[in-house]
Design a protein around this ligand. Structure first.
Ligand code: ADP
Length: 309
């Protein structure tokens, strides 16, 4: 994109956490203590990561969320502002602490995460109703599942009734009612999430098609099943294919999926064809695996374009 292109309005609704990360020689087993490397703290949470990913990928981002009235919440807000994200719809909740995630990163970049949701679990239907004018005037709405499902449902309903496309990243994995799925335009599960949503175990390539068809049958326009280092399986009723990942040396895959979703939302909002949008998202996600941490690892538009070229 050249600087002259008007930025598209991306509304992200979801969680904000502070990630506390330790790299270890291996992921500890239950009961085991493993001595790790340096402790590392950075803003994270799927909603916040995707908001930042979308802003850096070139979107005009409005983030709807709740943080606590504490130092973690303030640090997160400061980060959003420095990324140019609109924060006026973020509630500072006096009655719950900010969300926190404890993350262990193994040697090959695999991770293991526990989350205390805090104020994220209080992002309510009333919060999204208050944001209705912003949602209905968006080019695209992007959500995940670290927020209460009734909130996700309400936001999807508000967006869909106004003809605003909804990207839902169904992470972390949980089953979803048809009531939510039929309001989604683009669904972006990873393999585990696709299995949980469909009950289909993904072993062969034909299983991907089966799972995608089951989801498309709910009324979703396109299903993009992310396949880690293998890329993404892009499925519509007309066409299904794998868009391969970019070859990089991963050091930490935290937020790869978030980078993918934020960038995908921007590319779709800009009117790029689905496969081109998926390739743009793959590039942003590959870059995110080459750096430690969630938000610090998210790439800017220039770096994404460079990798695409
Ligand atoms: P999640 O992180 O949500 O589990 P995936 O592991 O499927 O999701 O990764 C999301 C996307 O990140 C992939 O579709 C791909 O574009 C990118 N990605 C993940 N791992 C790698 C890797 N090792 N090399 C290049 N790209 C990767």
């Amino acid at each position: 994109m050249t600087a002259s292109v008007t930025k598209k309005k991306i509304v992200v609704i979801g969680s904000s956490n502070t990630d506390m990360v330790i790299r270890t020689p291996r992921i500890p087993r239950p009961g085991e203590t493993v001595l790790g490397g340096e402790f590392f703290m950075a803003p994270g949470g799927k909603g916040a990561n995707q908001a930042v990913a979308a802003a850096r990928a070139g979107g005009e981002v409005h983030f709807i969320a709740r943080v606590g009235d504490d130092v973690f919440g303030q640090q997160s807000l400061d980060g959003f502002v420095s990324d140019g994200i609109h924060v006026d719809l973020i509630v500072r909740d006096k009655d719950a602490p900010s969300g926190v995630a404890l993350i262990i990163v193994g040697p090959d970049g695999e991770n293991c995460i526990a989350v205390a949701s805090g104020s994220n679990s209080r992002l309510g239907v009333a919060d999204v109703r208050l944001a209705k004018p912003v949602i209905t005037s968006a080019d695209i709405v992007l959500m995940q599942l670290e927020s209460p499902l009734e909130t996700v449902r309400e936001a999807a309903e508000i967006a869909a009734s106004a003809g605003v496309p909804v990207v839902l990243n169904p992470a972390p994995a949980r089953a979803l009612s048809d009531d939510i799925l039929r309001r989604v335009s683009y669904l972006t599960p990873n393999e585990t999430e696709a299995e949980i949503l469909t009950g289909i175990t993904l072993i062969k390539k034909s299983d991907l098609a089966k799972a995608a068809d089951a989801l498309l049958a709910k009324g979703i326009k396109a299903v993009l099943i992310t396949l880690g280092s293998k890329g993404v399986y892009v499925a519509t009723r007309e066409k299904k294919e794998v868009m391969p990942a970019f070859k990089v040396i991963p050091v930490d895959t935290t937020a790869a999926g978030d980078a993918f979703n934020g960038a995908l939302a921007v590319a779709l909002a800009e009117g790029r064809p689905l496969l081109e949008a998926a390739r743009f998202a793959n590039a942003a996600a590959a870059l995110a695996t080459t750096k430690m941490g969630a938000q610090p690892s998210l790439a800017g538009r220039d770096d994404i374009e460079k990798l695409l070229a």
